[in-house]
Every structure is written in structure tokens, then in C-alpha cells.
Design a binder for this molecule. Structure first.
Ligand SMILES: [Zn+2]
Length: 438
């Protein structure tokens, strides 16, 4: 009964917000196994045709590059945020009569880029989210706590309609910037114990921070969630395990970005990410060193088609154990490790991506609780800031860390600095690598 009431709430939510999340969810329930390559190619061909006809940027690009259809797909140049910014939003958009959300994303340069995200695209992403959550154990009406959001997100949910809808959907938000202070952490735990969520969604790193606080203060949790959704922010397997132990619940990773939602969902068996093939055309192209770059085409965004769009994320070329080829379309059998933009250009012109070294190299070093790499461009020096536990032995361990880096980059000057805490950015996300221009 409760479930039916809440399904009605979702349905109502769609009507009020011009979306079709619930409809998509039902569609996926019935059809997820049937999205054949033909079905997907048809969707892609339709998008290409539309873009070539109505979107100024693609009209010119397709003409100049003699792109006539899906057979020439691989000749379409990769689209980047930079190209969008330089070309101008108006060359990429055509509103017709479609509904859409306006989102802004900030790159490492700090200058935001504006995107229009089609309602159809939002619905496909959230519809699939419901579909996958159900596999993880979600029932309509379960209490959800979202542990995220910087000031901008909080501003957006001040909107009364959105707030009311969240309320009746049994969804709560605890701002993740609370987790930057001891008092805030304490407050977050009190709130969680009051709400007793069945589902927690969070930026991985914030949640790791909270887990550490709960563990070290021996705080008792008065609830046990069914599962926890983490975003594909870079945390190590050990950190994930730690979160699972503290909350007594499995974590599942979800991958998407502000501008392209719902790209992939972790398999319920935790053996890779299932690509949301009905909505996303995903390609892996060679990346720096031992990585692939993730390139996506959003098959549902017609107000602002993004074709062969560089997400800026990379995966490690390192097959997961027993990747799942069994259900829900294609599998991404690699760990998603982070942002391509974390590539650092040295004064010599050489580009280095230290993410694989950081993730693969440091994750087994159990004396390190948190780490963050700082690069000071002007001095060309690296500083690894670490938060350590009691098993840390400065001389021995510092040498180990330096050797890990030297194995990959013999000429990097690395200093190691022990700090008490490492905090996320003001938007609630944590950066593993920070570049200082001065
Ligand atoms: Zn699977």
C-alpha cells in the first residue's frame, strides 16, 4: 500500500515538473534487456540527423567534415567544454518546445560553463536510477538522505515546489559542508539518527570523512541503511570498505555529471558499472599512460545535443575481477579513477597524470588516512599532504612514498607534509590533486 502511494507521488512529481521519470522507470522494468544495438543505433542516428538540421554548430561541422550519418560517427571531432565556451551556448542550443534545466558546471579554471539539459534526458537518468536502486533493495517510500551540496544546491532547493516534493518523496538533505567541522559532523550524526534513512546518497569523500568521525568518536548509529549510493569521486577500495563497515551497509557507485546525468550504475553484484545504454552512447578512447578517456553522447538531450563529449573522466586500464556481462546492457569493466583535468603540465611541456599513481600506489599504505597532492606551478614542486594514523613512522614511510612516485616519475621533486585534516572544496567535493598557479 505504502509503495503504491509513493509511486503515485513520483507520478505526480513528473506532472508538476514536466518530466517522465516514473514512466521511464516502468519502461526500463519491462525492457531493459531489450535495448539491442539496433535500437541504440536508431536513437543515435535520429539525434545526429536532428543536430545536423537544427543546431548551428553541428550544421556547420557536419557540412565541413562531410558527416552524413551514423556511418561517419567516428569522424565527428571530440567535443570539449572549452569548445562550447569558445563557440557560445547559442550555437549549441535549439529550444523548440522542449522543457529543460539550465545547469552550470565549473572546471578547474573556475569559470563556469552553462548547459541545457533536456527533460527527457533527466527523466532517462532518474528513471534508470529508480530501476537500479530497486535492484539494490530500494522500495518506494524509503527514507532517503542526500548528504551533499554546496551553497548553490541548497539555494536551488529553497524553491518551494521542489522542497514540498522532496518532503512528500521522503527525501532529506544534509549539507555536506557541515562535515568540515567537528560541531558540524556531530550535528550531521544527530540528524541521521533522527531521520534513520534507508538510503543514503553522498559524495564518496564526505561520507568517508563522516565515517571516520563516527568510528573515532565511537558514536552509536540508531539505524542501518539498506544501501549507500556514492558518486564516482575518487576514493580507494579501502576507504569504501571502511564506510561499509561503519554503516553496516553496502555502497554502490553511480557515475554521471551535472551536464550528462546517469551515465553508469554499479552492478548489484559489484562487478563493474552497467552503462545506461538506452540513454548514453559511451566510447573509451586512449588516455594518458595506463588509462582510457570516457567519451559520451547523450541520446536524449535534444535542446543541447552533446555528441562525442569528453566528460573529463578517465578509467584505469585494469580489468576488474569477474566483470558482470550478465545483465542490463554493456559493462564498463574498469575502475573510474578521476578527472582527466588532473593532468599536470610540467615546465618541460611533459604532461603527467599522477592519478593512477595516487590511487593504485597509495591505497595499500595503511598508515595514510587521507591524502592530497599539491602542485606549485611556479616552483615546479609537488607536496603530498597526508593525514596519518598511529602506525605512521616518518622516516621509513616517507621513503616508501617517495619510491612509489619515483617508480613512475623519476624526476619529480616530492615533499611530504603531515597535516591534521584535509577538507573538501566549498562545493562539497574533494580534490585529490590541487594545482596552485603561483
Ligand atoms: Zn551486473
Amino acid at each position: 500500500m505504502k509503495s503504491i502511494i509513493y509511486q503515485t507521488v513520483y507520478w505526480l512529481n513528473d506532472i508538476l515538473r514536466h518530466r517522465s521519470v516514473y514512466k521511464k522507470y516502468r519502461f526500463y522494468q519491462k525492457n531493459y534487456a531489450r535495448f539491442t544495438i539496433n535500437y541504440r543505433e536508431e536513437k543515435l542516428a535520429k539525434l545526429l540527423q536532428y543536430a545536423g538540421q537544427y543546431i548551428p554548430y553541428y550544421r556547420k561541422l557536419f557540412k565541413d567534415n562531410k558527416i552524413e550519418g551514423i556511418k561517419d560517427f567516428n569522424d565527428i571531432p571530440i567535443l570539449t567544454k572549452n569548445i562550447i565556451k569558445k563557440t557560445g551556448l547559442e550555437k549549441f542550443t535549439y529550444p523548440e518546445n522542449r522543457k529543460y534545466d539550465v545547469v552550470k558546471t565549473s572546471g578547474t579554471t573556475g569559470q563556469p560553463t552553462t548547459f541545457w539539459v533536456d527533460s527527457e534526458s533527466i527523466s532517462a537518468a532518474f528513471g534508470a536510477q529508480l530501476f537500479f536502486w530497486e535492484k539494490y533493495g530500494y522500495k518506494f517510500g524509503d527514507r532517503i538522505v542526500n548528504l551533499w551540496g554546496g551553497a548553490a544546491y541548497l539555494q536551488s532547493i529553497r524553491n518551494l515546489k521542489k522542497r514540498v516534493l522532496k518532503k512528500i518523496k521522503n527525501e532529506f538533505t544534509i549539507p555536506s559542508h557541515l562535515l568540515n567541522t567537528e560541531a558540524g559532523l556531530n550535528q550531521a550524526v544527530i540528524l541521521l539518527n533522527q531521520i534513520k534513512p534507508q538510503v543514503i546518497t553522498a559524495y564518496s569523500y564526505s561520507l568517508y570523512q563522516l565515517s571516520q568521525y563516527i568510528y573515532h568518536t565511537k558514536t552509536r548509529l540508531s539505524f542501518r541503511p539498506k544501501f549507500i549510493i556514492t558518486t564516482a569521486e575518487t576514493i580507494t577500495l579501502d576507504q569504501r570498505q571502511f564506510i561499509e563497515n561503519v554503516f553496516g551497509a553496502p555502497t554502490y557507485d553511480q557515475y554521471g555529471s551535472n551536464e550528462v546525468l546517469g551515465i553508469a550504475f554499479e552492478c548489484p553484484n559489484k562487478t563493474g558499472y552497467h552503462i545506461h545504454v538506452e540513454h548514453i552512447w559511451l566510447e573509451l578512447l586512449p588516455g594518458p599512460q595506463n588509462t582510457y578517456r570516457i567519451i559520451v553522447t547523450d541520446l536524449d538531450n535534444y535542446v543541447m545535443p552533446l555528441i562525442r563529449y569528453e566528460t573529463g573522466d578517465i578509467v584505469l586500464k585494469q580489468l576488474l575481477n569477474n566483470p558482470c556481462y550478465d545483465h542490463f546492457g554493456d559493462i564498463l569493466p574498469f575502475p573510474i579513477v578521476g578527472r582527466l583535468f588532473d593532468i599536470i603540465q610540467l615546465p618541460s611541456g611533459e604532461e603527467v597524470n599522477l592519478m593512477p599513481t595516487l590511487i593504485a600506489g597509495l591505497k595499500t599504505e595503511s598508515y595514510i588516512e587521507k591524502f592530497q597532492l599539491h602542485y606549485y606551478k611556479r616552483q615546479n614542486t609537488f607536496e603530498l599532504q597526508i593525514v596519518v594514523n598511529s602506525s605512521y613512522q616518518p622516516t621509513r614511510h616517507n621513503e616508501r612514498i617517495i619510491n612509489i612516485f619515483k617508480e613512475n616519475y623519476s624526476d619529480i621533486q616530492l615533499n611530504i607534509k603531515v597535516v591534521n585534516a584535509l577538507l573538501p572544496e566549498s562545493n562539497g567535493k574533494f580534490k585529490l590533486i590541487k594545482v596552485h598557479e603561483t
